[in-house]
Design a protein around this ligand. Structure first.
Ligand code: GTP
Ligand code: IMP
Ligand code: MG
Length: 341
C-alpha cells in the first residue's frame, strides 16, 4: 500500500473502522490520516475483546507504530479529541492540521435545536453542519488559533507527502458514505460535505496523481440513519426476523436496514474510482461464515453474493469481513488469479 484511500459506498456505517484497523495492523502504514466531515462519524473497532468507538482519531490507532493524523478538511471538536486521546492512551501520536475548522459549543447547540437540521434532516447533533457553514462564511476558527490544540498542531500534507517520498505507506480513512455526500447523495438529506474519495484526498492534502488505491466498503445489508430516501429499505419486522438490527455509534439511533442495491453500488464505485471493494457483514447473510478467514470456507450463498457484487460494481472484491472483530476477515489481495467460483 503506497497511498490508499478507503471510503464508504452506501450511506455510512459500512464497517470502515473495522477494515481500516485490519489494514493498519496488516500492512503497517507509517501514517493513518483521517478525512471526512468530523465527529458526526462513529467508527467501531473491536480488537482482542475490547470495543472502541472513535469519532475523531483514526481507527488505525490499533497499529501502535502508526502516526495518527487529522486532515485540514476535517472539523475538530477539541472536547471529543482530548477525551479520545486520553482514554485510548494516544499521547504523542496524534497530529491535527493547523487549518482544521473548529466546532464551537454554539454550533452544537444550533445543530441540536434547529428544526431543519435536527428535525427534517435528522442530523447527528454534533455541530458539523453549522461549523461547516461558518467555515464557508469564513467566520470559523482554525486549530492553530486554539491554545489547547497547540500540542497537536502540524502540517498534515507535508507529513503525508514526506512519508510517500520515503517510500512509506499512507492510509487515508474516509468517514460517512456515498449516499450522504453533499454533491452526490440524496440532497437535502445529506451531510455538510462531499464524502467521495476525491474529497478525502483533498481533506488530507494528497494530490490526485499520488493516489494508488481506492477501497470502497459496502455492507451486505446497507443501513441508513437519519432521514432521507432509502430505495432498498426493508420493513423493521423483517430486519428483526433476520436478526440484523443495528444502532448508531454516535447517536444510538436505530439504523434502517435494506437489501443490496446493485445500482447504487455501481454508481458509487464509479464516482469513487474504486480499485478494490471491501464487503462487510457477510456473516449476516449466512451466520455459518462468522469468523471465516479463507475464501474456500465461505458458503456457496456467500460466494455467489461476492460474485454478484463484482458483477454489479465491476471491481474485484478483495476484502471480505466475516465479523466485527479485526481478525475476522478474508484477505484476497495476495491472490494472483481470479478464484471466485
Ligand atoms: P462511519 O464512519 O460513521 O460511517 O462508520 P463505520 O463505517 O466505521 O461503521 P460503524 O462502526 O459505525 O458501523 C459498523 C458496525 O458493524 C459496527 O458495529 C461494527 O462493529 C460492525 N461490523 C463491521 N464489520 C462487520 C462484519 O463483517 N460483520 C458484522 N456482523 N458486524 C460488522
Ligand atoms: P450531520 O452530518 O450530522 O449534519 O447529519 C446529516 C445526515 O448524515 C444525517 O442523516 C446523519 O444521520 C447522517 N450522517 C452523518 N455522519 C454519518 C456517519 O458517519 N454515518 C452515518 N450517517 C451519518
Ligand atoms: Mg458509524
Amino acid at each position: 500500500m503506497p497511498a490508499t484511500i478507503l471510503v464508504g459506498g452506501f450511506f455510512g456505517d459500512e464497517g470502515k473502522g473495522k477494515i481500516i484497523a485490519y489494514l493498519a495492523r496488516h500492512d503497517k502504514p507509517e501514517v493513518v490520516a483521517r478525512g471526512g466531515v468530523g465527529p458526526n462519524a462513529g467508527h467501531t473497532v473491536e480488537v482482542e475483546g475490547k470495543k472502541y468507538a472513535l469519532r475523531m482519531v483514526p481507527s488505525g490507532f490499533v497499529q501502535e507504530s502508526a502516526r495518527l493524523l487529522i486532515g485540514s478538511g476535517v472539523l475538530v471538536d477539541p472536547r471529543v479529541l482530548r477525551r479520545e486521546v486520553a482514554s485510548f492512551g494516544l499521547e504523542g501520536r496524534v497530529g491535527v492540521d493547523r487549518r482544521c475548522g473548529i466546532i464551537e459549543l454554539q454550533h452544537i447547540e444550533e445543530d441540536t435545536k434547529n428544526a431543519h437540521l435536527k428535525g427534517k434532516i435528522g442530523s447527528t447533533g454534533s455541530g458539523c453542519g453549522p461549523a461547516n457553514a461558518a467555515r464557508a462564511l469564513r467566520t470559523a476558527r482554525q486549530a492553530k488559533d486554539l491554545e489547547e490544540l497547540q500540542e497537536f498542531v502540524c502540517d498534515v500534507p507535508a507529513e503525508i507527502n514526506g512519508a510517500l517520498e520515503r517510500g512509506k505507506g499512507v492510509l487515508v480513512e474516509g468517514t460517512q458514505g456515498f449516499g450522504i455526500s453533499l454533491l452526490y447523495g440524496t440532497y437535502p438529506f445529506v451531510t455538510s460535505k462531499d464524502t467521495t474519495a476525491s474529497q478525502m484526498a483533498a481533506d488530507v492534502g494528497l494530490g490526485p496523481t499520488r493516489v494508488d488505491e481506492v477501497v470502497v466498503v459496502f455492507k451486505s445489508f446497507p443501513t441508513r440513519v437519519g432521514e432521507g430516501p432509502f430505495e432498498t429499505q426493508m420493513a423493521e419486522a423483517k430486519a428483526a426476523e433476520l436478526q440484523i438490527e443495528e444502532f448508531g455509534t454516535v447517536t444510538g439511533r436505530k439504523r434502517r436496514i435494506g437489501v443490496w442495491d446493485g445500482k447504487m453500488a455501481a454508481y458509487s464505485a464509479m464516482i469513487n474510482g474504486a480499485t478494490t471493494v471491501a464487503l462487510s457483514g457477510v456473516d449476516k447473510l449466512d451466520p455459518s461464515c462468522r469468523g471465516v478467514r479463507e475464501y474456500g470456507e465461505l458458503s456457496r450463498e456467500v460466494r455467489d453474493f461476492v460474485q454478484r457484487v463484482e458483477q454489479d460494481t465491476r471491481v474485484p472484491v478483495k476484502l471480505i469481513s466475516t465479523g466485527p472483530e479485526v481478525s475476522e476477515i478474508v484477505d484476497l489481495r495476495g491472490e494472483k488469479l481470479k478464484i471466485k467460483n
